[in-house]
Ligand binder design. Structure first.
Ligand SMILES: *Cc1c(COP(=O)(O)O)cnc(C)c1O
Length: 397
């Protein structure tokens, strides 16, 4: 583990992205931790707790990234990096005791919903999906569960804003209600990143990231992470990672830390451009509806403004038909038609073309992940593609 020669708690998130997880300040030492490629470690005595023995359990390349992400989320403990976001989700769900229940947003990330639904179908736990923006309904659901189940059999899974509907939950209120019935509360913070929101400060027990997205930021790795400030929970999650083996390759984690160093700048730029595009799209004749918490007319606007330090870099738009939505995605030249999000390059995708996407997500919804290109170039490309998609004057497909 790298040496915390700084008081991380005193530093702002944008400083932490750069300063946390550096090797100790020793003469001649490198300023970046090296990549360590090994499967095993020299043993010259009987190992003691904390010693490295075998690289499924620990790798020195993970530590600086885990230290930086833990500090960024406001925990005194190192994060745990996983081989993917869904690997991290599987570890988090392992905390639910057999016969317990998981409450998830009906518009949570489709992979998390599929994973939980599969476990529920095997009888591992009961899965309940809720409209996470409807606080009263979620509280009623938790109360109903508390009448049937013992304390601590419930997991409340939060994702806010949701992917791709961008609904905003009241995290602190829901977390408090979850804790009142003994639930473990998990928050998928992939969309916001700790630059925009730190769920541990709202009382959440475990924060989940698809590091694949904004944290690494260059669409070149698949990784996940969990962060908690509870040492007992961290031990259980670490045990799950070691025994189920969803571990990360050292090169990927090194790339993720390199990407993390510019997270604050990338988020600032993506959010500013997303906001300007959302306002302009709201006035575009080819666009039926814009979902973006930064728009004052958005149902999640007040909540997002009260809880978050920004509105994120994802905008969802609804078109007049599936044909127009597909034509839009086919007509862009600068935006990349691809799934995933959070990279430096702007991506565009009609979500419902994937079978796993919940049926309550509109067929005509197109999700935009706003990168760091010039905002006017991005707008010009969207505008020409929208006009061609609806068969306007510029049509030459
Ligand atoms: C992509 C994503 C995941 C899954 O992460 P992977 O790295 O793809 O396994 C989980 N949650 C959200 C919100 C995501 O966008």
């Amino acid at each position: 583990m790298t040496e915390p020669h700084l008081q991380y708690a005193d530093l702002a998130p944008d400083t932490l992205t750069v300063a946390a997880g550096r090797p100790p300040r020793e003469h001649d030492a490198p300023v970046n931790a090296p990549i360590v490629l090994t499967s095993t470690y020299h043993e010259t005595r009987i190992p003691e707790p904390g010693d490295r023995i075998y690289a499924r359990g620990s790798n020195p390349t993970w530590d600086p990234f885990e230290e930086a992400l833990g500090a960024l989320e406001g925990s005194d403990l190192q994060a745990l990096v996983f081989g993917s976001g869904i690997g991290a989700a599987a570890a988090a769900l392992s905390l639910v005791p057999p016969g317990g229940a998981v409450v998830m947003p009906r518009h949570a990330y489709a992979g998390s919903l599929s994973l939980a639904a599969g476990l529920a179908a095997q009888g591992r736990f009961e899965l309940r999906t809720v409209d996470i923006a409807d606080t009263a309904a979620v509280l009623a659901d938790l109360d109903a569960l508390a009448e049937r189940l013992d304390a601590s059999q419930v997991m409340l899974w939060l994702e806010s804003p949701t992917n791709p509907m961008l609904e905003v939950a009241e995290l602190a209120v829901l977390t408090e209600a979850g804790h009142a019935i003994g639930a473990v509360v998990v928050a998928d913070n992939t969309f916001n990143t700790p630059i925009v929101h730190r769920p541990l400060e709202a009382g959440v027990d475990v924060v989940l990231h698809s590091v694949t997205k904004w944290l690494s930021g260059h669409s070149d790795v698949v990784l996940g992470a969990l962060v908690t400030a509870d040492a007992g929970l961290r031990d259980r999650l670490l045990m799950h990672r070691t025994l189920h083996g969803a571990i990360a390759g050292p090169f990927e984690v090194w790339l993720a830390l390199r990407g993390l160093r510019t997270l604050a700048l990338r988020m600032e730029r993506s959010q500013a451009t997303a906001s300007s595009l959302a306002h302009r799209l709201a006035d575009h004749p080819a666009v039926r509806h814009v979902r973006y918490p930064g728009l004052p007319s958005d149902p999640g606007h007040q909540r997002a403004a009260a809880q978050f330090r920004g509105f994120g870099g994802i905008v969802s738009i609804e078109l007049e038909s599936v044909a127009v939505a597909d034509a839009l995605v086919a007509a862009v030249r600068l935006w990349l038609p691809a799934t995933s999000l959070g990279g430096v390059e702007s991506l565009i995708e009609r979500r419902r073309r994937q079978r796993a996407e919940p049926a309550t997500v509109p067929e005509t919804l197109v999700r935009l992940s706003v990168g760091i290109e010039n905002a006017e170039d991005l707008w010009a490309d969207l505008d020409q593609a929208l006009r061609r998609a609806v068969g306007g004057p510029d049509t030459e497909l």
